[in-house]
Ligand binder design. Structure first.
Ligand SMILES: [Zn+2]
Length: 256
């Protein structure tokens, strides 16, 4: 079964620090391949406490969209867990160059435990197992950050991770399902994140079969994301849902 499992929905430092929402990242199962995206603080714990339990040994790869700690904190322990404590060399880790070079978030000894490391770059194509994905454009987020388009056999999924809004952003992420990090309720121009109004604009422009909001900052959490999602669904005529910690989305129902 193809599925997206949210092991966390926290965005921005206060929601993560206080664990008002969990921050374990996203587990994607597509065409019999499993990848973990952005294993933030608590990722391993959330895998193991998930119902049904997710076994990190089943992972074929781990993707970091960028090096910020709420996305990368558990990368090393997830590598260990994926490789049976380093005893079974397997899996691919994908990360931007600045997560690997000076002040790396992926420890050097852990790199030897995986099959290989691939560096994410703009406009490149990658694959792990049966999952093919592209990084169409570098996002605007201070550190090197990429959004992703996953191409499954029957469905495509776009992930717009942390970024400031910029003209043309939506046009790069036209997946059947759109996952978007909506950190802020109101726009704060000094912070390189999307706010609700910008996300609304993106959904309107792309008209996906399903839009999933996640990675909520404090303002969004307080404003009840599920209420916001219902309002958007009604207003835009697009199915919008707000991710909850532990929520599993059955992808196959959105195949045309
Ligand atoms: Zn970030």
């Amino acid at each position: 079964m193809n599925k997206i499992k949210f092991l966390g929905t926290a965005g921005a430092r206060f929601v993560v620090m206080k664990q008002l929402r969990a921050s374990g990242g996203i587990w994607l199962t597509l065409d019999d391949t499993n990848v973990m995206i952005d294993p933030g603080p608590g990722s391993l714990v959330r895998c193991l406490s998930s119902k049904p339990k997710l076994n990190p040994m089943d992972l074929d790869g781990i993707i970091l969209t960028h090096r910020h700690i709420d996305h990368s904190n558990d990368i090393n322990i997830m590598i260990e867990a994926m490789t049976n404590g380093g005893f079974k060399k397997k899996g691919i880790v994908f990360a931007p160059r600045d997560a690997l070079e000076d002040d790396p978030v992926v420890l050097k000894y852990a790199r030897n435990q995986v099959e290989h490391i691939e560096i994410l770059k703009e406009k490149c194509k990658y694959h792990v197992g049966n999952i093919f994905f592209e990084t169409p454009i570098q996002l605007k987020h201070g550190v090197e950050t990429y959004g992703i388009n996953f191409r499954g056999k029957t469905i495509s999924i776009s992930l717009i991770t942390d970024t400031d809004y910029f003209t043309g952003l939506a046009s790069h992420f036209k997946g059947d399902i759109l996952i978007v990090n909506v950190v802020m309720l109101e726009d704060k121009s000094i912070i390189e994140h999307l706010c609700l109004q910008e996300v609304e604009q993106i959904i309107t422009e792309n008209n996906p079969r399903l839009a999933i909001l996640t990675h909520f900052g404090m303002g969004m959490v307080k404003a009840k994301p599920w209420v916001i999602a219902d309002t958007l669904t009604e207003k835009l005529g697009v199915k919008v849902i707000a991710a909850r910690d532990g929520m599993q989305v059955d992808i196959d129902q959105y195949i045309k």
